[in-house]
Design a protein around this ligand. Structure first.
Ligand code: 2P0
Length: 318
């Protein structure tokens, strides 16, 4: 008897970039995200003699499995379970899309574990458990727009702002660079705290979150896009001004930013957001998807672009 759960990835429009407690993954700020339809992880769990972890059908070595099993150890202790497991995850996150999959991975794993043992948890509890695997996973429990409230202690969890938004919003995931990121999110978030702009970043969080909530309530694409772009720029400015400084940007990242700015000047409204890597996501509305894709394809060689929109929360497959 195994259990399989599907969880979708999410992209933060107001970003989580700073930990108050790295072990519990408590954030220093609240964040807000959009769950994506095109990218998800299916994870199965089954009790077994020994622990093993399969990713996309391939058995992973100790090094590649240890984050999964140390997370399961935490859940086992919490729920007084002694089993070992076979975990099998399939990422439907095209490696070509340049998107991280830890948000969908840990949302699926936490949900599969609780389903397997019939642990009576509501979505808030699930979000809290997913958070301990990867911060952004707390938001992937929900579809549409989700908010992860920073909370004051281990009560930090995400909730749904609007699971079925009636808003014309597309995210074009533009793959510019396939290289693995050089600075992990954990390390990046720690270094970021040495920037003189870190304090203002935290201080602005409440205001930016409220503004984003209002933009969503008003279905105001211009406000949502410009604020998402500003928030992402702030996060990357902090990295550039950390001691020592670092950046996820590559030359093509800057080229893509310039292209988004040019498109806007030409009346094609779009905005960028960038996470802990060099790839760029473009926020736009349906009527401009085709033109934006064509412009990126003509400016970059062999670029892969995935057109995504709102995805659902976790679902139980068997
Ligand atoms: C976010 N990122 O809000 C931010 C924006 C990247 C940039 O959450 O260390 O894998 O597992 O808690 O969630 C990526 O970091 O970090 C991330 P951990 P996570 O989506």
């Amino acid at each position: 008897m195994k259990k399989t759960v599907r969880a979708h990835t999410n992209i933060a429009l107001i970003k989580y970039w700073g930990k108050k407690d790295p072990k519990l993954r408590l954030p220093l700020m609240s964040s807000l995200s959009m769950t994506l339809d095109k990218f998800y992880t299916d994870t199965s769990i089954e009790a077994a003699e020994q622990n093993s972890f399969y990713l996309n059908g391939k058995k992973q070595d100790f090094e590649a499995s240890k984050r999964v099993f140390s997370y399961l150890d935490m859940l086992k202790t919490k729920f007084e379970i002694k089993d070992n497991f076979t975990i099998s995850s399939v990422n439907h996150v095209p490696t070509s899309a340049g998107l991280a999959s830890s948000s969908s991975a840990f949302a699926a794993l936490a949900s599969a574990f609780c389903a397997y043992y019939n642990i009576n948890v509501d979505k808030k509890d699930l979000s809290r458990l997913a958070r301990m695997g990867s911060g952004s996973a707390s938001r992937s429990i929900y579809g549409g727009f989700a908010i992860w409230q920073k909370g004051t202690d281990d009560s930090s969890f995400a909730y749904a702002l609007d699971e079925k938004p009636n808003m014309d919003l597309h995210l074009l995931a533009i793959e510019l660079n396939k290289n693995k990121k050089s600075v992990s999110s954990t390390k990046g978030m720690k270094l970021a705290q040495t920037s003189p702009f870190f304090k203002p970043w935290i201080q602005r969080n409440d205001f930016e979150l409220q503004e984003m909530v209002q933009a969503i309530k008003d279905a105001d694409f211009t406000k949502l896009g410009s604020l998402a772009e500003l928030n992402a720029s702030e996060m990357h400015a902090i990295n550039l001004s950390a001691q020592p400084p670092f950046t996820y940007f590559e030359p093509d990242t800057i080229k893509a930013i310039k292209l988004v700015e040019d498109l806007r000047k030409q009346g094609i409204e779009c905005y960028y957001t960038i996470d802990a890597g060099p790839n760029v996501k473009v926020l736009c509305q349906l009527r401009n998807v085709k033109d934006i894709k064509e412009r990126f394809e003509s400016c970059f060689n062999n670029v892969t672009i995935v057109d995504a929109s709102f995805g659902p929360g976790v679902s139980y497959l068997d």
